[in-house]
Design a protein around this ligand. Structure first.
Ligand code: BTN
Length: 262
C-alpha cells in the first residue's frame, strides 16, 4: 500500500479549480470521518440550497454503494466525494446521468492519468483489468437536484483480501496527489455537467463503445425482481442495457447489476 499522508485541503483543491468553474462550486466541506458524504448532503439540502455543494471525507464509516451495497471506505488513501448539482432544465433520468458521468470520468482517467485500459462495466463501474477502480452513486431528494457520489481507489491496503478491487497506485505505480485529483474530478464535472444538461446523453454516448467492458460477452443481469442470462448487445440511446436473452429476444434494463458468466 502506498502511504499517503497528505490531508484533504479545500484551499489546495480550490487552487486547482479553473476560474471558469469556480462559480459552480458554492461550498466545500471536508471531514476526516463521516458516515457517508452522500448521506451528509442528502440530509442538508432543501429547496433553497444552491447547486455546487461538495462534501469530501478521508474515510466513511457507512459508505454506500449502488443497490444497497456497502462501499469500503478506509482512511488515508482514497477519494470519497459528493457533489450536489441542480439541473435547471428537466431533471435527467438517473440511468442516463450515471452513464454520462461514467464516460466523463473514464475519459478523464484515460487522458490525464494515461490509463489506456480503463473500461466501464455497465452502468457505471470504472473498471481496469476486470477489477473495480471506482464507482458512482446518484441519489435525489424529491425533485431538488442530484447528489453525485464518487468513490475512487487511490491505494488499497495489501493486508485485506480485495480480489475484485484495484487502485490507481496498483495501475500506474505512481504516487497521486489526492487534492490535485479531487480538483481534476470537480473540474471535469463542472465542465461536463452543463453540456449534459444542454445536449443530454447523446453527446457522451458516442464514446461508450471505447470503454464498454461487456458488449458481446455472456452476462447475467440481476434486478430486484429477477436474474436473467444472455449476451450483452450494448446500450440504447437512454443508456439502458440491451440483453439478448437465451431465447433470442432483446430485453432492456435501465437498472441492475451485471456479472460475466463463466
Ligand atoms: C458503487 O456501488 O459502485 C457506487 C459507489 C459510490 C461510493 C461513493 S464514495 C462517496 C459517496 N458516498 C457514499 O456513501 N457513496 C459514494
Amino acid at each position: 500500500m502506498l502511504n499517503i499522508t497528505e490531508t484533504i485541503n479545500s484551499e489546495h483543491i480550490l487552487t486547482g479549480i479553473s476560474l471558469k468553474n469556480r462559480h459552480y462550486l458554492t461550498k466545500i466541506d471536508v471531514f476526516d470521518t463521516i458516515n457517508s458524504t452522500n448521506t451528509y448532503l442528502l440530509e442538508k439540502i432543501n429547496q433553497k440550497t444552491a447547486s455546487g455543494w461538495v462534501c469530501i471525507a478521508n474515510q466513511q464509516s457507512a459508505g454506500r454503494g449502488r443497490l444497497g451495497k456497502t462501499w469500503y471506505s478506509p482512511p488515508g488513501n482514497n477519494i470519497y466525494c459528493s457533489l450536489f448539482w441542480r439541473f435547471e432544465k428537466l431533471p435527467p433520468t438517473m440511468s442516463s446521468l450515471g452513464i454520462a458521468i461514467a464516460i466523463m470520468l473514464a475519459k478523464m482517467l484515460q487522458e490525464f492519468k494515461t490509463i489506456p485500459a480503463i473500461q466501464i462495466k455497465w452502468p457505471n463501474d470504472l473498471w481496469v483489468n476486470g477489477k473495480k477502480l471506482g464507482g458512482i452513486l446518484l441519489e435525489t431528494k424529491s425533485s431538488l437536484g442530484v447528489v453525485i457520489g464518487i468513490g475512487l481507489n487511490l491505494s488499497l491496503p495489501t493486508n485485506k483480501n480485495l480480489p475484485q478491487a484495484t487502485s490507481l497506485h496498483e495501475i500506474t505505480q505512481q504516487p497521486e496527489n489526492r487534492n490535485d485529483l479531487i480538483a481534476l474530478l470537480l473540474n471535469t464535472l463542472c465542465d461536463q455537467l452543463p453540456l449534459f444538461e444542454n445536449e443530454g446523453l447523446r453527446l457522451f454516448i458516442k464514446d461508450w463503445d471505447k470503454f464498454d467492458a461487456l458488449t458481446g460477452k455472456e452476462i447475467k443481469v440481476y434486478t430486484h425482481k429477477m436474474e436473467i442470462h444472455g449476451i450483452m448487445r450494448g446500450i440504447n440511446e437512454h443508456g439502458a442495457l440491451i440483453l439478448e436473452d437465451d431465447a433470442g429476444l432483446l430485453r432492456y434494463f435501465s437498472y441492475g447489476e451485471v456479472s460475466i458468466r463463466c
